[in-house]
Write a protein that binds this ligand. Structure first.
Ligand code: NAD
Ligand code: DAU
Length: 339
């Protein structure tokens, strides 16, 4: 079995590669990654010498490069994690989101069509469904919930999902799609809520909470997402969409307060809200539970402790990131907000 994993130098793709190389020591795994600001080769350091692993630096939107990889490697399965993934960046500049998330997906699908594969899996997001109101806790996203994207990021991911479905219907490409809620865990880039707050506490910086902090996310420990994708690519039904989420809803304020409690310090600063800020995400995972037997193993209370410990034990990994171009990013995004 040969699997191409795009975006494997990023947060979830990196965790997936580590998980799969351990679970299937005889599978060949190829990571295709452009190494954007979010890609970090250090995440893959411990598997670089594994004879079943190969890293190829390439842009998924570069047709020539992608066709060459498919022609030479002849993969059986493609799992597409590669994306621009940060909502705040998509509000600053949407263009690269369309280029990578939409055109990149199209190039991969064209390569599947031209060279043939057993399965193409699209790693999508619950953000394609838009948001839910805060005052109706009995509402959840199911696979039938209409697409209703709010940000340029989620609009680009929704567009990619539509393309994947169109290539299934029109060209018969064997596809599956998963739509997961917010992940957290090791190797999470410190522009996102949880790692940003941990890094700021440890660096004695204020903790910027957008708006009132009452927005709700449905947090899933990243390993549970990896387990779900593993099940889908092996047993999921072709043409189907699977929602992934574990009923771990928390308001942003609750999350930040938990981090403060665990680390014993931290000062919250309420800052200007995100434009178009989605209120609440909440997944109904009934389908993946009934069809594939997936249930999350790690509760939020346990996962957040493990995550904080990882950031304490791996300071080099994230300190290297925040000492580079991240400084400019942080200044641009937070200087006015925190002034
Ligand atoms: P990330 O930003 O941490 O990593 C993205 C990776 O993709 C990086 O390694 C980057 O270098 C690579 N990449 C970007 N553009 C590329 C291109 N044009 N060609 C090749 N590689 C490119 O993202 P993440 O948080 O790990 O998310 C991975 C996927 O999962 C994304 O598709 C995202 O939409 C989806 N997702 C994320 C979450 C979450 O909570 N983080 C939840 C649900 C779904
Ligand atoms: O739901 C899945 C999505 O989750 C993925 O598709 C995205 O790739 C991923 O980035 C994530 O999107 P969010 O926008 O929910 O994640 P983020 O960590 O950026 O923000 C989480 C919440 O925290 C959100 O309500 C905004 C808030 N926030 C975020 C940051 C960075 C703050 O209050 N302060 C901050 O500094």
């Amino acid at each position: 079995m040969k699997i191409v994993i795009t975006g494997g130098a990023g947060f979830i793709g990196g965790n997936f590669l580590h998980y799969m190389l351990k679970k299937y020591p005889n599978y060949e795994m190829i990571c295709v990654d452009k190494l954007t600001y979010a890609g970090n080769i250090e995440t893959l350091e411990t598997v670089m010498n594994n004879p079943y692993f190969k890293f190829i630096k390439a842009d998924i939107a570069d047709r020539t490069a992608i066709y060459k990889i498919f022609e030479e490697e002849k993969p059986d399965i493609i799992v597409n994690f590669a994306a621009e993934s940060h909502v705040d960046r998509s509000i600053e500049d949407p263009s690269i989101f369309l280029q990578t998330n939409v055109i990149g997906t199209q190039v991969l699908l064209d390569a599947c069509r031209k060279f043939g594969i057993d399965r193409y899996h699209q790693v999508s997001t619950d953000e394609v469904y838009g948001d839910l109101p805060l005052d109706k806790p009995d509402l959840f996203f199911t696979e039938e919930t209409p697409i209703h994207a709010s940000s340029p990021y989620s609009a680009s991911k929704a567009s990619a999902d539509l393309l994947v479905q169109a290539y299934y219907r029109t060209f018969g490409i064997p596809v599956t799609i998963s739509r997961c809620s917010n992940n957290y865990g090791p190797y999470h880039f410190p522009e996102k809520l949880i790692p940003l707050m941990i890094a700021n506490v440890l660096n004695d910086k204020p903790l910027p909470v957008y708006g009132t902090g009452e927005n709700v996310r449905d947090w899933l420990y990243v390993e549970d997402h990896c387990i779900a994708i593993d099940l889908i690519i092996h047993k999921g039904k072709i043409g189907e969409i699977y929602n992934i989420g574990g009923h771990n809803e928390r308001s942003n304020l609750e999350v930040v307060q938990t981090i403060i409690t665990e680390l014993g310090k931290g000062e919250i600063r309420y800052v200007a809200d995100r434009a178009g800020h989605d209120k609440r995400y909440a997944i109904d995972p009934t389908k993946i539970y009934k069809e594939l037997g997936w249930i999350p193993k790690t509760s939020f209370d346990e996962g957040i402790k493990k995550t904080i410990k990882w950031y304490l034990d791996n300071k080099c990994w994230w300190q290297n990131i925040i000492s580079g171009e991240y400084k400019e990013y942080y200044k641009k995004m937070y200087e006015d907000k925190l002034a």
